[in-house]
Design a binder for this molecule. Structure first.
Ligand code: ARG
Length: 424
């Protein structure tokens, strides 16, 4: 038998990317801190390994039930020089989620992008804080297999070429067991004990994702304990519930006639949807880094808002706009998913989204019932819809039924000729 190799890592490998921190030059670090196991171990590890001073930043994007005071206390207890908590809910809703709504932001047909939308903002705030606190390095807790490292590092490298990045989880040789042992040794309080490996959770006001454990077994149906937000549809109330959402220029502004700012409005819809089992997604996804992965998403507010927005857009846009915009929507979602928030094409597309959404005002009624959010009413002064023309009544006004055969003859002409050629 070969002797068990000693765990102390050898000299760190040289950096691959120009923005990666050189271990010799890590002195003042801004750590994106969540209070969880990875970033808590990182907080101690960076101090120990580099003799560096660590400032922490925790960002509030509306993670349900998060105690930011406790996160701050924990950071200070673990030796952080300081820990700033930024309430970025407003900015997140206004500058990120609002754009996603106008772009019907959905990746892979099911993922409403909440994590992907949050990362560029978190990284932008990290850049601001690092500069303010005099840090030359930003550290984060992403692994080397996910999308979040791409989003965070692409943002920092774009906005602050002078800053360096450190991603210890990507390079240290610790598995979960070793991290827990390290935490014990260093007096890092462990949250839920260490019995089973927990799900990897990320959430904000637009949704919640779970990865890991049985979710990686594609044949395994969802286990109930994964749901942290949404009621199982089977357990949802037997009575459905209706909500009328008013939109102005593509954004929701009122619920059942009550005007609300975007953050509380989303909160209200999240609660309503969660109660009725709305917004559960079991999703196979193509990550940017090449892997396929399965995610369990809970996104009640996004499901309701995006469904209603899309319906209103369909109503006020022409057939040509309705054919074209989904293609741009898909491209927008891909850029955002891929962490290219600062790419000019994203802003170009946003300009188009805003232009189209100038007319997306009106109300959509949605019925929530046992996992479904179904549109049941619509109304808009901008609807390209004329009930008198649509009815089964006689010709008149702008629509001549007598003209229909002539239209059909010309409209089908090329297809008919091609058919003849192929079937002669
Ligand atoms: N698959 C989603 C994405 O790439 C969710 C990622 C969740 N992140 C996490 N660190 N657990 O955006």
């Amino acid at each position: 038998m070969r002797p068990v190799e000693h765990q102390t890592p050898g000299p760190p490998p040289p950096p691959t990317a120009s923005y990666e921190a050189d271990p010799e030059h890590v002195h003042r670090v801004l750590l994106l801190y969540s209070g969880g196991l990875d970033t808590s171990v990182m907080l101690k590890w960076i101090q120990e390994r580099y003799g560096a001073e660590v400032s922490c930043l925790a960002v509030n994007l509306g993670q349900p039930g998060e105690d930011f005071q406790a996160i701050r206390d924990k950071a200070l207890q673990l030796g952080a020089r300081d820990c700033q908590v930024v309430d970025a809910r407003e900015e997140f809703a206004r500058e990120y989620v609002a754009r996603a709504i106008r772009a019907n932001g959905l990746y892979g047909g099911g993922y409403p992008l909440f994590t992907a939308l949050g990362r560029p903002l978190i990284a932008k705030l990290a850049v601001q804080r690092a500069r303010e606190a005099g840090c030359e390095t930003i550290a984060h807790g992403c692994t080397g297999k996910g999308n979040d490292q791409v989003r965070i590092e692409a943002t920092v490298a774009t906005l602050a070429p002078e800053l360096k990045l450190l991603a210890p989880v990507r390079s240290w040789q610790m598995g979960r067991e070793e991290e827990i042992a390290y935490a014990r040794e260093h007096g890092i309080p462990l949250k839920g004990g260490n019995e089973a490996v927990p799900y990897s959770i990320d959430d904000n006001l637009w949704g919640r994702s779970s990865e890991g454990r049985w979710i990686e077994d594609l044949e395994h149906p969802p286990e109930d304990d994964v749901f942290g937000l949404v009621t199982r549809p089977e357990d949802a109330p037997h009575e459905g519930e209706r909500v009328v959402i008013e939109f102005e220029r593509g954004l929701p502004v009122a619920l059942d006639g009550e005007r609300l700012e975007l953050v509380p409005l989303i909160g209200r819809l999240a609660e309503l949807g969660a109660r009725h089992g709305v917004g559960l997604v079991d999703h196979i996804e193509d990550r940017i880094v090449g892997l396929k992965v399965r995610d369990i998403y809970e996104a009640p507010a996004a499901t309701i808002v995006l469904g209603a927005h899309q319906e209103l857009e369909r109503l006020v846009c022409t057939i040509h706009q309705n054919q074209f915009k989904p293609e741009l929507d898909r491209h927008w979602a891909y850029l955002v998913y891929a962490g290219l928030w600062w790419e000019p094409l994203r802003a170009d597309l946003d300009a188009y989204m805003e232009q189209v959404n100038e007319r997306v005002s009106g109300t959509i009624g949605v019925k929530l019932y046992k996992g479904r959010a179904q549109v049941i009413t619509r109304s808009s002064a901008n609807a390209v819809y004329d009930a008198s023309l649509a009815s089964f009544g006689p010709s008149g006004g702008l629509f001549s039924q007598a003209a229909a055969p002539g239209f059909i003859e010309l409209f089908s002409l090329q297809s008919r000729l091609a058919w003849q050629l192929r079937n002669r």
